[in-house]
Design a protein around this ligand. Structure first.
Ligand SMILES: [Zn+2]
Length: 167
């Protein structure tokens, strides 16, 4: 369990720590990035949770976009969609940012992203579908580019076996 001593005013995750309110269960008083003051367990704050405003905002977005299904499911999909967005950003960085530590294995080797995906996250997620939990983007031909016909979501295990076949 997290037993670190925090100092009042210290930034933890998205929040500022104010004071401990319960030592046994490690609860504290925090100020959220939105300005809200609230009580929570340290572990939750360390793992990046907010006062709940982010969740409320996500629900607000779902409703605003006309989402009619189960909100819990909707939030899970939204979160996976966000992970898909992170994948998309990381992919662009590997291919086009020469400061990326992995650039030499991607952009540096001529691996590119098709224009359809490079300039539109919407196109990317529409073609690939929501990223399944525990999966990452895999190129079927490891020397080929990032484009709909050459990509699939795969688990780490599937990716490794793919690499073995290629060798
Ligand atoms: Zn908040």
């Amino acid at each position: 369990m997290n037993r670190r001593i925090y100092i009042s005013g210290e930034k933890i995750g998205r929040c500022i720590f104010i004071k401990e309110v319960e030592s046994k269960r490690r609860r504290g008083m925090f100020i959220c990035e939105c300005g809200n003051e609230f009580e929570a367990q340290f572990n939750h704050i360390v793992s990046g949770q907010s006062c709940g405003c982010r969740k409320k905002q996500s629900i607000h977005h779902l409703v605003a976009y006309g989402f009619r299904g189960n909100l819990k499911t909707g939030l899970a999909v939204l979160s996976q969609r966000t992970k898909g967005y992170n994948t998309w950003n990381a992919m662009k960085s590997r291919c086009y940012n020469s400061n990326n530590p992995r650039y030499q294995d991607y952009g540096g080797r001529g691996i590119e992203i098709c224009d359809r995906w490079r300039y539109s996250f919407e196109n990317f997620i529409n073609d690939m579908g929501i990223k399944p939990i525990g999966h990452s983007i895999d190129r079927i031909d490891v020397n080929g580019s990032y484009e709909p016909s050459n990509c699939k979501w795969a688990t780490g295990k599937e990716q490794n076996s793919n690499k073995r076949y290629k060798k």
